[in-house]
Design a protein around this ligand. Structure first.
Ligand SMILES: [Zn+2]
Length: 136
């Protein structure tokens, strides 16, 4: 079976993928300065310290950028086209998270909720969905 391309599965990434498979979206945060770090970072650039832990991300986020994918050279991803990917900034730590952006979240949709979805090849990814509208 053809596997979906994804980042390597070193110790750090393994934690990320196993958290995601359990429906938990985590970000790496420096324990001293509480700054979010890119996945796979081993040392905080500000402290030179290895005190880094995975923390639960906020459910709310803002869309920073998005790209519509119409065709993809990888067979699994091409089957899923068209779809939208993007970068969102989660509200608690300010971590920037790469994710799918749900079809129901149009171009005027900037406020999103982060959730997970498991795709046909059993891989769980982060998906940003429209925040439910509050009736007034
Ligand atoms: Zn730090």
């Amino acid at each position: 079976m053809v596997a979906r391309p994804r980042p390597n599965e070193t110790h750090t990434y393994r934690t990320f993928w196993s958290d995601l498979a359990n429906g938990s979206i985590t970000v790496q945060v420096c324990d001293i300065c509480e700054v979010p770090l890119a996945y796979g970072t081993l040392i905080c650039a500000d402290h030179g310290d290895k005190s880094i832990s995975f923390r639960e991300a906020a459910k709310s986020a803002k869309v920073i950028t998005r790209t519509r994918i119409e065709r993809h050279p990888h067979p699994i991803l091409d089957q899923e086209t068209p779809y939208t990917i993007g970068v969102v900034q989660e509200e608690h730590y300010g971590a920037q998270i790469y994710c799918r952006i749900d079809e129901g979240c149009g171009l005027d949709c900037d406020e999103v909720e982060l959730t997970t979805a498991t795709f046909g090849d059993d891989v769980t990814l982060i998906v940003a969905t429209s925040k439910p509208k509050v009736d007034s």
